[in-house]
Write a protein that binds this ligand. Structure first.
Ligand code: URA
Length: 262
């Protein structure tokens, strides 16, 4: 009886602890958000409708870092709510993850006009707040989406060193253990979900990279996805109507076309 009570108490205690950690992290993130609103000086801020700070679980083990808000994100002040966000949601759901499991933020906190690439000066102004977000959330895994966030994180937040880092075509799907300011992360660069809207060949690559990420995380849901995939590919052998013999179908070869850099 006592053992059962201790067991129930320890579960309740663990849940309470997790809730309070999450609340503290939320408050810390809120302070960073307020600092951006009061102290950041940047022409993008003057032109944008809203600050696009971040969304998701402040105590997540996985953090996604995108590039910059688009029109829809600027409108609503929430990252990844437009077309790229819908693709990201689908990819997350494909391995059984939801917004409760991850946190999502961007390199730039305000939308660049016409969705142009981030300028170096803007990266300098905006990323100190991203670094604060990373330090508060302390995720085990950072998934960088596209070239800018990949180069920024793998350059260990050192902007001049970003040009020494290879492009996403070489790096996507590979795990990079990283220690920055005493914090240990696994960094997994991924193609930006917007890239597959322009280049449909990337849909398969991103899907595979997400599955690999799920395997690294030991997600049970990935086993289910893989079992379903296997069921689909193992087809019943065709019966030859003339001889009555069963003929194995040869699996079709996948042709991978050239992948564009995002
Ligand atoms: N693309 C990004 O990189 N971030 C967003 O928030 C939306 C689209």
């Amino acid at each position: 009886m006592i053992l059962i009570l201790i067991f129930i108490f320890s579960i309740k205690f663990k849940n309470l602890l997790l809730i309070s950690i999450s609340m503290v992290k939320s408050q810390e993130l809120e302070k960073v958000r307020s600092r951006i609103l009061t102290e950041l000086k940047c022409p993008l801020k003057d032109a944008a409708k809203n600050l696009v700070f971040g969304k998701g679980n402040p105590d997540a083990s996985i953090m996604f870092i995108g590039e910059a808000p688009g029109a829809k994100e600027d409108e609503l002040g929430i990252p990844f709510v437009g077309a790229a966000g819908k693709e990201l949601d689908k990819l997350l759901r494909s391995i059984g993850l939801t917004l409760d499991d991850v946190y999502i933020a961007n390199i730039l906190k305000y939308r660049p006009p016409e969705n142009r690439d981030p300028a170096v000066d803007e990266i300098y102004r905006h990323t100190p707040y991203l670094i604060d977000q990373i330090k508060i959330i302390r995720p085990k895994i950072i998934c960088t989406l596209g070239n800018y966030s990949t180069k920024f994180v793998l350059a260990q937040f050192d902007i001049p060193n970003m040009k020494k880092i290879s492009g996403i075509t070489q790096l996507h799907g590979k795990i990079n253990p990283l220690i920055i300011d005493g914090m240990e992360f696994m960094v997994i660069p991924l193609y930006h979900p917007a890239a597959m809207l322009y280049n449909p060949n990337l849909r398969k690559v991103l899907g595979e990279d997400f599955l690999e990420m799920g395997r690294i995380l030991g997600l049970k849901s990935v086993e289910v996805v893989e079992e379903k995939k296997e069921e689909k590919t193992v087809k019943e052998p065709k019966i030859n109507k003339e001889t009555g013999s069963k003929k194995e179908e040869k699996p079709k070869k996948e042709v991978q076309k050239g992948l564009g850099e995002f």
